[in-house]
Design a protein around this ligand. Structure first.
Ligand SMILES: C[S@@+](CC[C@H](N)C(=O)[O-])C[C@H]1O[C@@H](n2cnc3c(N)ncnc32)[C@H](O)[C@@H]1O
Length: 457
């Protein structure tokens, strides 16, 4: 049927949907064509850049009929960068598309046609919100060190002056650090193809409520010439920087951080707040990237938890204990489980920092530690899940269904795996609320909090 469609062809196509991933979708002779930068309802002229058996990809050549919600993206590298996918859609419409995305995935993957999805809780600040950046480094034609992003579909690093979704502290740290690094021409940058060169990434983390910054220079080797001088100079230029660290990643990998982190100057953590709770965050610990919106996310978790002060709560995938500590005041006891030892250390430190003594944290995989806890006879009234994008392992769901806590609050950053997992709870748990929260404005990502309660049989 689509024998005629080939790479390089130019076709007119009507866009009908927005896929998980942010591309618009049109159908050409029954074949789905994915088109970044499009909006449902638009008629566009596209060039086919990839043709597979079941789908094709196109790039817009001309917009023949624009959607009403189309706006001009503020970022000069929108499209080339790939970090944001939705800057061309007015913010309130982004929220509608995200709600529809969650609803469609629950229906299509989870067969959960009855689940009502609330309107997406908007972010007060759709730009300048991110508290963490990881910039790859390269040298330009003049030999100057640049920080940037990988151009879509390539390994070319395109320089970036500033990123509109990053907090200004991060952009300022990047600029100042590059200026200083460029005073040392003997510093080399890493080339991933040749696996040679020293400086790999700048990782910058910022405390949005405290104005504190942690600067991490990721290197391929141990020897970092001028390290102390560079650290001393950046900290003098920017007193907000509380620590300069070197992380060593000698592997041939696209994982950014290596195992070993050394302090060059200052401290190895920064502080931030979610609501009234203070957090120390170190290099390897996960911390939600949108600090201000995290308070709203956790307020939904707290509300859905419905705690009276007596309950035993398990916070699975607890990171540095942020949800545990947020719920602690209203719970009897909270037990957090997390696999990254550094994050568990941070969790203990954070409990002490806030004078909270009814939380304990266990290092290990949820797949192993949760069944162990349940087998030991711990009877949770509530389990909070906040897994990474891949969602829950089947054995975790089976273990929970074995003991049936009264409530489950599932916080998900991937509605596709959420839908898959909720389907497995269907016999034993009723979905009471599905609340998406916009933690990542201008990108296709959406966070969802789901409240489930045990079905009495
Ligand atoms: C999405 S984060 C949530 C962290 C925390 N709840 C928060 O809001 O900041 C997921 C966390 O799960 C941890 N993790 C990933 N896979 C895990 C596993 N199999 N067992 C335990 N923890 C895991 C990650 O290190 C990360 O800290």
């Amino acid at each position: 049927m689509t024998m005629g469609l080939h790479k390089g062809d130019i076709i007119d196509i009507e866009l009908v949907d927005l896929a998980n991933g942010g591309d618009a979708v049109g159908r050409y002779e029954g074949l789905a064509v994915f088109i970044p930068g499009g909006i449902p309802g638009e008629l566009v002229k596209v060039r086919i850049v990839e043709k597979k058996k079941n789908y094709a990809r196109g790039e817009i050549v001309e917009i023949l009929r624009a959607a009403r919600e189309r706006i001009k993206p503020d970022c000069p590298v929108f499209g080339a960068c790939g970090g944001c996918q939705l800057q061309h859609i007015a913010y309130e419409n982004q929220l509608e598309y995200k709600r529809k995305m969650v609803k469609d995935l629950l229906e299509r993957i989870g067969k959960l046609e009855d689940a009502e999805v609330e309107p997406v809780f908007p972010a007060a600040h759709p730009f300048l919100y991110r508290n963490k950046a990881q910039f790859p480094l390269a040298k330009d034609r003049d030999g100057k060190i640049i920080a940037g992003f990988y151009e879509r579909g390539s390994h070319e690093i395109v320089p970036l002056e500033s990123c509109l979704i990053q907090h200004p502290l991060i952009n300022r740290t990047m600029k100042i650090t590059l200026e200083i690094l460029n005073d040392y021409p003997d510093l080399t940058v890493y080339n991933e193809i040749e696996h040679k060169g020293l400086l790999r990434h700048l990782v910058i983390r910022a405390g949005i409520c405290t104005n504190q910054v942690l600067l991490i220079l990721v290197t391929s080797g141990e020897e970092l010439p001028h390290a102390e001088e560079v650290a001393e100079r950046v900290m003098r230029e920017m007193p907000e920087i509380v620590g300069v660290l070197q992380n060593i990643n000698p592997e041939r990998t696209n994982v950014i951080l290596g195992q070993e982190t050394r302090i060059i100057a200052g401290q190895d953590y920064y502080l931030d707040y979610i609501g009234n709770i203070k957090f120390a965050v170190s290099t390897n610990s996960f911390f939600q990237v949108n600090t201000l919106q995290t308070k709203n996310l956790y307020d939904f978790v707290l509300d859905f938890a419905g705690l009276s002060g007596e309950e035993t709560v398990i916070d699975a995938y607890c990171g540095l204990g942020s949800i545990s500590l947020y719920l602690a005041e209203k719970a009897g006891e909270v037990i957090g489980i997390e696999e990254v030892p550094e994050a568990v250390e941070d969790a203990g430190k954070n409990a002490r920092l806030n004078g909270i003594d009814n939380c304990r944290f266990i290092t290990g995989k949820v797949e192993e530690k949760l069944p162990e806890l349940l087998a030991e006879g711990i009877k949770p009234d509530l389990i909070v899940f906040d897994p990474p994008r891949k969602g829950l392992a089947k054995e975790v769901i089976d273990a929970v269904i074995g003991v049936k806590p009264e409530r489950i609050v599932y916080v998900s950053c991937n509605p596709a795996t959420l839908a898959r997992d909720l389907a497995l709870f269907k016999e034993d748990y009723r979905i009471l609320k599905v609340q998406p929260v916009d933690m990542f404005p201008n990108t296709y990502h959406v966070e969802t909090v789901v409240l489930m309660s045990r079905v009495e049989k």
